[in-house]
Write a protein of this length. Sequence first.
Length: 233
Amino acid sequence: MSLEVININKSYDGLKALNNISFKLKKGEIVGFLGPNGAGKSTLMKIITSFINQDSGEVIISSINKDVDTILTKSKIGYLSENNPLYNDMKVVEYLNFISQLYKLKNSKKRILLVSKQIGLEKVMNQEINSLSKGFKQRVGIAAALVHDPEILLLDEPTTGLDPNQLVEIRQLIKEIGKKKIILLSTHIMQEIPKICNRVIVINNGNIVDDKSLNSKEEKIIDFDEYFYSLTK
Ligand SMILES: Nc1ncnc2c1ncn2[C@@H]1O[C@H](COP(=O)(O)OP(=O)(O)OP(=O)(O)O)[C@@H](O)[C@H]1O
Ligand SMILES: [Mg+2]
């Protein structure tokens, strides 16, 4: 299980959004992907999921080039996109069913049951999505990203707008899930980083400006607001 990003470049109408981005992630890594607005975080996630194409460079998902077998590599990735788009008029169970049909899951009932339990959705399964609180909508988005049991989870700002209790719960959830997967998550909430992540990659103006482990206590106690500011101001 691995995610390898090799020399990725991407421009939009002449504007360079990503400049030679490279890193390799392995199982058990929960990586905070940090950067100011417009740094290129969502662009890279969309490239990894084959939602958009890079101009040059490669993405290798567990030894498979995403451009050689896009369907197979997509099946190995779960993606919660920036604004967590959901079909609001569906019930939670209908939505998760719909997603599992997209992945042609054979064991969909079992997977939906398991994931809804893991994410704490059991009580709202028969509720329409538009009647849920923001935190529960977020959980539905995460459940939908997990239903096909992907190796890699890309979470684009999964904790934005959650109340403190929901924050703690989603944080615990991400840590638990991350033990057996690779998670790349973007956030602007710096306090989140040492609490969830064991590695951090910082991007600014499309360039990686830092990539370091957060395994030791010393690495976790730095002031992340200052750290972020010093690298991206
Ligand atoms: N579809 C698009 N067309 C043109 N430019 C785009 C497009 N999508 C992104 N960009 C530009 O590419 C750059 C990187 O954007 P991106 O959305 O990847 O940033 P981000 O790091 O996710 O920012 P944020 O923290 O605000 O979500 C920005 O300058 C943005 O304006
Ligand atoms: Mg973004």
